[in-house]
Ligand binder design. Sequence first.
Ligand code: NOJ
Ligand code: CA
Length: 536
Amino acid sequence: MEQPTKDWWRQAVVYQVYPRSFADSNGDGIGDLPGITSRVPYLTRLGVDAVWLSPFYPSALADGGYDVDDHRDVDPKIGTLEQFDELVAALHGAGIKLVVDIVPNHSSNRHRWFQAALAAGPGSPERERYVFRRGGGEHGELPPSDWTAMFGGSAWEPVGDGDWYLHLFAPEQPDWNWDHPDVRADHLQTLRFWADRGVDGFRIDVANALTKDLSEPLPTTAELDGLVDGAHRYLDRDEVHEVYAEWRKLFDQYDPPRTAVAEAWVPAHRRARYASPEGLGQAFNFDLLKADFAADAFREIVTDNLRFAADAGSSSTWVLSNHDVVRHASRYALPAGADQNAWLLSNGTDPAPDTAGGLRRARAATAFILALPGSTYLYQGEELGLVEVADLPAEDLQDPTWLRSQGEEKGRDGCRVPLPWTAEGSSHGFGPGGSHLPQPAWFADVAVDRQDGVEGSTLEFYRQALAARRRLRTTEDLTWLPSAPDVVSFSRPGGWTVLTNAGTEPVDVPAGELVLASGPLDGDRVPPDTTVWVQA
Ligand code: NOJ
Ligand code: CA
């Protein structure tokens, strides 16, 4: 049974495209919109329900496009509005929905309103749209507080006239003042702009940080750390939901209503309001990004999140990889609890990754989440079994995390390397020219054309799983089944049994017809690190 149109998102498979690293049509080394359009047949063949497009707006790329100069345009480096319309038409023609990224916590420092604020000077109405404060010390030479930015360094930047502005991320990303009516109105206009162009849904960046209480005195970082459940000065404040209630009214003016998913790194019990039907409607659950490949952890995370989603009136989300984290085939190749940043700084050598085991576990975990009720968010390249490119040379790194941490945090470039489409040819088929991040030689072995039609390849496994999932996602019910230690198993309506063996010994394949196996079976036994779907 397919989802009724307005509920298409509840059990969708959403494929994240990081535009600059997907496909390059003109050979300038940067992926672009025509490149994505040219790959719609690939996405159709893969079997995804929707594409989530990371930012494609004009940007100096200080943070991979999350520094937006103009939220109602396309970056000329990657296309035009007409080419955006062509992409929408191609996706819709293939029955694929489109979700775009909205970045409402900050603009870029090149945004016309930020430039106007700088020009207008202290105390001006133009500065009110952002968060300017006088500096401390005798001459304003000290930041207004000791707060640190997510990418390192102070969260305040001086502008040379005694004023400082707040940036929770890079200095090129000044935070908006959400108490300002212009800021609210402008974002409504942005949402309407894209919804009118046929966009089906929105992924809301840092959805938990928009509204802030910056009344004096500002607390210290140490004091902030103790402020939880809505009491923090800039994270997860209750009044942020007033913003989303307004957005929801706009989304519901469309048919079908536009959807939204919150990127909000909040404790699980605070997720419900973001996910409620009066708010954004759905929220990311990132619990699996922090969990080991372990049956107990999987069972607990699924139980909790199905309950949280049901309480919120939403469906759950499942994520193993995205553009901000080490690819899951690499995470599962490291010993439990390994320091991923230290591993990246060692260029992926220390500890030595168990690459084959990592991929086995990654495929098993993917098959596990694809069988769950709720929506699954896939990240480009995971269907090829890509691991992190952990040995990118320092001089090629682009992530502000690396640049702002003085080399202490290697950052996220290793999961953002342009995709290998072909084993041979320029930039492995990414485009007719080079690639904005260097591709490793091993990309040839995992390129799309090496896996296409090859039984047992990761690409064919994903295609098979997505096709079978269309039959499996009937209702949103799940029943846990008793299982051996280190094994997790559940049933879904329609006679489906799913079993993941996270232990060290093989276990019996459940009775019924085998529909999917994440790896080779051992006769009628499920080997360790393997998931099976069986239908009675
Ligand atoms: C979350 C995005 O996923 C990340 O890539 C970005 O750096 C921050 N938000 C800031 O916009
Ligand atoms: Ca290009």
